[in-house]
Design a protein around this ligand. Structure first.
Ligand code: ASP
Length: 610
């Protein structure tokens, strides 16, 4: 292959085939950089080998050529240390032009191409680029490592249908009209959820699938209408069993990319995540929030016009350094403007420090902020090391008099708002603290499990409780026994968990309901009548009655895992033929209109365009 030749091959006869990456004409000598997926070799064609030289003369970028020749060391001083094959070149005896190429709209030899639309339209050229070739080689290795790990753990890979009926992940379905059954539609699966549960009822014990999922959602930068999950389900598991298997396959996947992870990952409950990070997907590369509520005594609150009963929270952003007076003022007003009229305010510790009556308060706040008890606790669990170097930025947020305890029915809004500020300032000062920089080691990857999610989410628009994960998730036994499914839905915890990496949700799963009566009860609690539940999920409720083992599982986004390992910033860099933010495939130009005949066959009529 073009990327494999080294100094030790000097003198050998070789045949190389590939694409002309670049061509340089030095008159008597023509240099062709020949590229295949393994790399690039410099080929020299001397005018003395007349026929080959004529062909090299005609060759252009992206022509497909075959070269017969011998490997020669480049002369002293002519080596290229930046190329793995930089010590040698191939001297051509024969050259074949296997195919020509039109002048490409961009050269795959270029490293960065600004216009992504052009890249997607000519995806075949874009995929020739070294970076893309690397991404897909990585993707293949990562997927294979995961498969190997799971198979060794006794999992069976079983395929589930693409043409099925609506599944319950809560997004809009992609529909496939039936020709044979007028007016009937299949839905593409939002996930294999119900099938994998049925496979447990069928006694397969451990299932996995590298599964394609389809969700018709409004696309954001990091979403695709079809994406791939590592989907698995186990019978008779403890939550811990699922964590161990997931940590195991992630370790195998990261090892395939040269990163050695340490397990077990940090665990925290949803409530702990909200209280310490203000979010259910904590980015643990930055120190946690610190609760300062007790430092502000009732007297101090009165003097400083702080609401008596609400929390006071703070955090530090490490390594920001001393801010100039102007920079500090600008930051204060930026944050205050961001708070708007929600009632929260920043406490200016620097000013407090200068006022004799508040100096000791300032010292105490600073001491608490820097002590970081939660970080110490996490550090001792071995998975995380956050140390505070340089002058940190210290932020303390207080509720002004009259701040509401609830905002949009959410009693945790203050924690969440301060958590959002922590992330905002973390991003703003990323260059200073350097914690988001990639070092290529395990330290770049802060994993954690978040457990005990709330079972229900209140939807203000529909005035209904929705399943926060999906309706097959088991509530905590205690919450069922205490009757909270009917009396206090907001307090019901689910046996649901997320795996989070660097502030991104990589996947989620749960222990499922395996009793038919509990499942029916949950459907009811979600506002579904028994008739509706029967109509949508009757087959599943039936199946549950034939000896269902306790079971649970998880699904992780493969595209996202590969994107992170490739150091890419978009899923489109690791999906061979992705769609744009408008859900269009620019290469094949899909979706398209179809013929009248096709519509008629499917018993469809287009109602017009919106
Ligand atoms: N089906 C769920 C999802 O796609 C994952 C799971 O519960 O296993 O989010």
């Amino acid at each position: 292959m073009c990327g494999e030749l080294r100094a030790e091959h000097a003198g050998q006869n070789v045949v190389l085939m590939g694409w002309v990456n670049r061509r340089r004409d030095h008159g008597g000598l023509i240099f062709l950089d020949l590229r295949d997926r393994s790399g690039i070799t410099q080929v020299v064609v001397d005018e003395k080998v007349g026929a080959a030289h004529d062909k090299a003369d005609a060759a252009r970028s992206e022509y497909v050529v075959a070269v017969k020749g011998h490997v020669r060391l480049r002369g002293a001083g002519l080596e290229n240390p930046n190329m793995p094959t930089g010590a040698i070149e191939v001297v051509a005896d024969e050259l074949l032009l296997l195919n020509e190429a039109k002048t490409p709209p961009f050269s795959p030899a270029e490293e960065a191409i600004a216009n992504e639309e052009v890249r997607l339209k000519y995806r075949y050229l874009d995929l020739r680029r070294t970076e893309m070739q690397k991404n897909f080689a990585l993707r293949s290795r990562v997927a294979m490592a995961i498969r190997n790990y799971l198979v060794a753990e006794g999992f069976l890979e079983i395929e589930t249908p693409f043409m099925t009926r609506s599944t319950p992940e809560g997004a809009r379905d992609y529909l496939v009209p039936s020709r044979v059954h007028p007016g009937h539609f299949y839905a593409l699966p939002q996930s294999p959820q119900i099938f994998k549960q049925i496979l447990m009822i069928s006694g397969f014990d451990r299932y996995f699938q590298v599964a394609r999922c389809f969700r018709d959602e409004d696309l954001r930068a990091d979403r695709q209408p079809e994406f791939t999950q590592i989907d698995l389900e186990m019978s008779f598991p403890q939550q811990d069993t699922i964590f161990r298997v997931t940590e195991g396959f992630l370790t195998a996947a990261f090892a395939a990319a040269g990163v050695a992870l340490t397990t077990p990952f940090v665990r925290m409950t949803y409530d702990e995540a909200i209280r310490n990070y203000g979010i259910d997907k904590p980015d643990m590369r930055l120190p946690a929030m610190v609760t300062l509520t007790d430092v502000l005594t009732p007297e101090l609150r009165t003097t400083l016009k702080i609401e008596q009963t609400l929390p006071v929270l703070g955090f530090v952003i490490p390594g920001v350094g001393e801010l100039s007076g102007t920079a500090r003022k600008a930051l204060l007003s930026e944050v205050r403007a961001g708070f708007g009229d929600c009632g929260l305010d920043l406490l200016d510790i620097d000013r407090l420090e200068k006022a004799p009556e508040f100096e000791s308060l300032a010292r105490e706040l600073q001491g608490k902020l820097l002590a970081q008890p939660i970080i110490d606790a996490l550090e001792s669990s071995g998975n995380i090391a956050v140390t505070i170097k340089g002058t940190p930025l210290m932020v303390v947020v207080t509720p002004k008099l009259g701040t509401p305890a609830m905002w949009n029915y959410d009693p945790q809004w203050i924690w969440k708002r301060v958590g959002a500020l922590r992330l905002q300032l973390g991003a703003k000062f990323a260059d200073k603290h350097g914690r988001f920089a990639q070092t290529g080691t395990a330290a770049d990857f802060k994993f954690c499990w978040v457990t005990d999610f709330p079972m229900y989410e209140w939807d203000e628009e529909t005035k209904l409780w929705n399943a926060a994960h999906h309706p097959f998730t088991s509530p905590h036994e205690d919450d069922i026994l205490a009757g909270r499914l009917t009396s206090d839905k907001g307090a019901v915890r689910a046996l649901a968990y997320d795996i989070v990496l660097n502030g991104t949700e990589l996947g989620s799963g749960s222990i499922r309901i395996h009793r038919q009566d509990v499942q029916a009860e949950i459907f009811r609690s979600l506002g579904m009548t028994d008739a509706e539940a029967k109509e949508r999920f009757g087959f599943f409720l039936d199946a549950l009655e034939y000896g269902t083992p306790p079971h649970g599982g998880i699904a992780l986004g493969l595209d996202r895992i590969v994107m992170i390992l490739a150091g890419a910033t978009s899923l489109r860099e690791v999906i061979a033929f992705p769609k744009t933010a408008k859900a269009i495939d620019l290469m094949v130009d899909a979706p398209t209109e179809v013929s009248e005949q096709q519509l008629r066959d499917l018993h469809l009529k287009v109602r017009g365009r919106s």
